[in-house]
Design a protein around this ligand. Sequence first.
Ligand SMILES: NCc1[nH]cc(CCC(=O)O)c1CC(=O)O
Length: 310
Amino acid sequence: MPDSPQIRLGTRRSPLAMAQAHETRARLCAAHGWDESAVELVPVIASGDKIQDRPLAEIGGKALWTRELDNWLSEGRIDVAVHSLKDVETIRPASLAIAAVLPRADRRDRLIGAESLFALKEGAVIGTSAPRRAAQALHARPDCTVVTFRGNVATRLAKLAAGGADATFLAAAGLERLGETATGHPLDPADWLPAPAQGAIALEIRSDDEAARDLLAPLDHAPSRAEVMAERALLYALGGTCHSPIAVLCVFADGELSMRAALYSPDGAERIEGETRFAAGDAEAPARLAADLLARATPGIAAVFEGPPA
Ligand SMILES: NCc1[nH]cc(CCC(=O)O)c1CC(=O)O
C-alpha cells in the first residue's frame, strides 16, 4: 500500500481525456491493491487542444494529440501516456509501445439532433470535422451540408444547442465516459461503421520500460486489443490517415475476428465495402482486405487512399 506514486500517467487535459485517465488509475489500483496515491495523473497540454476552430486534417492531423505526450514519455517525465487509440497515428516511434488496451467501450457513433439521418429535414446542416463522418453523412443524405464542428464534447454539444447545426455525431464511448449516457441515438454498425479503434483506450510506455510493462499487463484485454490492432492494420495498409474517410469495425467472437470496412470519397458520392473473417493470429488478414479494397477503389476513393507506406 504505497504512499508515494508508483507510476505517473500522462493525459491530455480535456474532460474526456481526464475521465479516461481516472478510469485507468482505477483499474491500476484495483489490479495491484493500491490506493489512489500510487498513481499520479499528469495533465499535459496537447497542441490540438490549443487550436479549436479549424478541421484537424488542415492543421496537421493526429500528431497534434500525441506529440506532447510522446515527448513527455520519451523524456521520462511520465511513465504511461493514456490515449484514445482512435487519435493515435498508425506509425509510432519504435521507442514507444502500446503496453495495454483496456476493454473496449461502446464502438458506435451516436447521432445528436435527430433520431436518424433520414429524420433530418431536407437540406439539413450537419456539424462535424471528421472526414469519415462527413462522407458517411453525405453518402446517406447528399442534400445535407456539412459544417466544421470542433472542440471537446461539451463544446460541440453547446454549438449544436446554439443552432450551429441541425445534428452532429459523437462517439458513444466518449459520451458515456462523460456521463452523457442519454445523449443522442446510437447508429447501428450494420449501416454506420465507426472509426478505426473507436472506443478503445491504449496505454503507451517507453518500449524498454519493463517495470511499466509489468504493471500494465493485468489491464490488457486481449480481445479488444486484437480488434483494434486489426482495424489499425487495415488503416495502415490503406495508407490512411485522419484525412481518410474510412469506417471499419472488427469484432472478436469464438476465437475469430470479423471485419467489415467501407471507404468513401471525401464528398460521400463513392463508397466501396469489404469484409473478411480470420483467425486471431492471422496478422496479414487486414492487409489482404486492404489490397482487395484498393483493387476495387473508384477514382475518388483511390485519390485519398495511397496504399501502404513504401
Ligand atoms: N476525435 C476526438 C475523439 N477521440 C476519441 C473520442 C471518443 C472516445 C473514443 O472513440 O474512444 C473522440 C470524440 C468523438 O469522436 O466523439
